[in-house]
Structures are given as C-alpha cells and as structure tokens.
Design a protein around this ligand. Structure first.
Ligand SMILES: *Cc1c(COP(=O)(O)O)cnc(C)c1O
Length: 352
C-alpha cells in the first residue's frame, strides 16, 4: 500500500528536471538514502525505473565483457541477475541452492575463495521464496579476493536491516514500491568509494547509456541534462524516505518483525506451515505452504473479490506450493495482519 502522505506529495506541482528545486529534492533524497541504507556513501542515486533497473544498473556498470561474476542464487531474482550479467557479456559462475533454502556461510565463503571473481552478487531478501540471505560472510570473502559485492535489497530496504557499511556491501539497489511505501518508478542505488574507483578504471564504456552511473552523476550532481527524471516520483520517494527517518530505522524494523511474527503465529494456529525455517525468514514477505488439495488461484481470487486483498502465488518450482503475502512498508500493521489471517481462514473454508 502507498502511504497517504506519499499520495499527497505526488499531487504537488511538477517542476522541470533541471529546475533548482528539483535538484534540491534530489539532494534530500541522496541524504535520506544514506540513512535508509545505513551508509556514509556519498554516491546515492535514484535510477529512473523499477527495481529491475537498479539490478541492470549494477550489472551494466560493474561487470565488463569477459569478467567473472560469482552469483549466489536461491530463487527467481538471483537467477535474473545471472541472466542480465550474461547479456552484458559477463562470465557467470553459480552457487545455487534449492528455492527456500538459505546459504550456509562457510559454503558461500569457499565458493568465492575458489572462484576469485571480479564481482560477487546475491539477493539479500529473496522475494520469490521469503529467504533472508546473510550479507556479511559473502562480503567478507569477496573483500579477501578483491571482488566487489552487489546486493539486491529490493525487499529489505525500509523493512529489515540492510546495513550497507556494516556488512561491507559495495553496490546495493532497491525499489520505491516495497518497503518504502511509494508507487513503483524509482530504484535507489548506493555505491561505495571502492566501487567508484573500479567504475573510473573501466576499460570499456558502459553498454547502457541510460543506466551509466557516471552520466547519471553528471546529471544529479553536475546538473547536466541526461534524461527527464520524474519530479513527481522524486517527491514520492522523498516523502517515503522522510517517513523512514521519522519513524527511525530500528523502530521500523521492529514494527516489521513484530507484525511478521504475529502473522506466522496466526498461520501456524490455522494448521499451516511456513516454507522457510525460523531465523531465515523475511519480515516483509511471507511464504506459507498451501495445504494439500487447495487451489491457489481460487483462494487469491476469493480474497480479491470479497476482501479487496491482493496476495501473490508462488512461481517457478514453488508454483501452487506457497502463497506470498507481503507485510511491508505502510502495509505492515497489526490490523492488516488480523485482517489477512481472518480473510485467509474464510477463503480456505469457502473454496477448499
Ligand atoms: C521486486 C524485486 C525485483 C524487481 O523489481 P521490479 O520493481 O519488479 O522491477 C528484484 N529483486 C527482488 C528481490 C525483488 O523482490
């Protein structure tokens, strides 16, 4: 759900993409992103596009043709990073886990030390399965072999700890529409000084003009035209990030954790079980298993028609096996948890 304050912000007059006021908003977004990502990085930009644009920005800028990317994947979005990297000419080596299983830190470290890649990529919050992957062991091993780390934080930012500096993540990207409670349209990216050096020493130009971070920097900080960024989306993101700062990161994480725990308790009381083991679950996205004999599409249609509640189904190997239910951003409230539990119980009684 989009926060009402964000809708209000979006109703404000649109200014041009080179207006001094626009750049003032860009500057506020840059600084608020530093807070949300828990980083001292100065290079924080909101890329025009959705989370996938952030993913493609990371891949296009930090992997040159022929370079090795070590990918840790245990779900749909991890696989997507690999697909993008191959299209950008990268040589992709994979450590893959079954969907729903987290990485063993030692296994992750061994993989990186063995492969000695230029870049390592992983998904911190894998939305296709509900698994939280620990960043620290991956980032530490990457540093040992002088590899940069790319972390997909699309479903963690604004909902659970991302901790860019503490974890040693070099490039993180996210989106506006999940934990931040805005509409889709911008993808916040943060880049470490170490990664910036790598960028400056590229041998080949970034294949994507639109997503070239150095060109984006000449626009956002150099005020030189690159593309017509949407002032409306920047108002939205500034408001969403201001709400994160007002609530405070720790309090916000705690709200997500508590509501997610209440959700799980309710699910288990209904006799359902969670796909992901306790301790490895996202606080933003839940994957209860669908009971035997229940038609997932019917349940979702019932919820949408009777309660105007939209939940998602599983995909890939989890199609028909799990529901995917978000408790993120503005939607993560005790009331919403009660509502979805009651509605789901009703749906399971009615359509099963
Ligand atoms: C949603 C999501 C994406 C893609 O974001 P879009 O906004 O749909 O382009 C990438 N990675 C993860 C982990 C996601 O949850």
């Amino acid at each position: 759900m989009v926060a009402p304050r964000v809708y209000q912000a979006m109703a404000q007059p649109v200014v041009g993409h080179l207006d001094p006021y626009f750049f003032q908003v860009v500057e506020e977004v840059r600084s608020l992103l530093g807070y949300a990502y828990s980083t001292k990085n100065q290079f924080n930009v909101a890329v025009s596009g959705t989370g996938s644009a952030g993913m493609e920005t990371a891949v296009a800028n930090f992997i040159e043709p022929g370079e090795k990317l070590a990918l840790l994947t245990n779900g749909f979005f991890g696989d997507r990073i690999g697909e993008m990297a191959r299209r950008h000419g990268g040589e992709v080596v994979r450590l893959a886990k079954p969907w729903g299983e987290p990485f063993d830190p030692q296994e992750a470290r061994d993989f990186i030390r063995r492969e000695r890649p230029r870049v390592v990529a992983f998904v911190q919050a894998e939305t296709s399965t509900g698994v939280y992957n620990q960043a620290k062991p991956i980032c530490e091993a990457s540093r040992e072999v002088d590899a940069l780390t790319i972390a997909d934080c699309v479903t963690s930012l604004g909902g659970m700890p991302v901790m860019v500096d503490e974890n040693g993540i070099d490039i993180a990207y996210s989106c506006s529409q999940k934990g931040l409670g805005c509409p889709p349209g911008l993808s916040p990216v943060t880049v470490s000084p170490r990664a910036l050096d790598r960028l400056k020493s590229r041998r080949t130009p970034v294949q994507s003009f639109y997503l070239d971070l150095q060109l984006l920097d000449s626009f956002y900080t150099g005020h030189k035209y690159h593309h017509t960024a949407s002032a409306t989306m920047f108002y939205a993101l500034r408001e969403g990030l201001a709400m994160v700062a007002e609530e405070g990161l720790e309090a916000r994480w705690e709200r997500h954790r508590v509501n997610q725990e209440a959700f799980v308790a309710g699910i288990e009381a209904m006799g359902l079980s969670m796909l992901v083991p306790a301790g490895h679950r996202l606080w933003t996205l839940n994957t209860p298993r669908i009971p035997e004999g229940v038609d997932d599409a019917k349940v979702r249609q019932f919820l949408l028609e009777k309660y105007s509640m939209e939940i998602a189904g599983g995909f890939g190997p989890l199609a028909g096996k799990v529901f995917r239910i978000g408790t993120m951003g503005y939607s993560s409230t005790a009331e919403n948890v009660q509502l979805i539990l009651q509605a789901l119980a009703d749906a399971l009684r009615s359509v099963a």
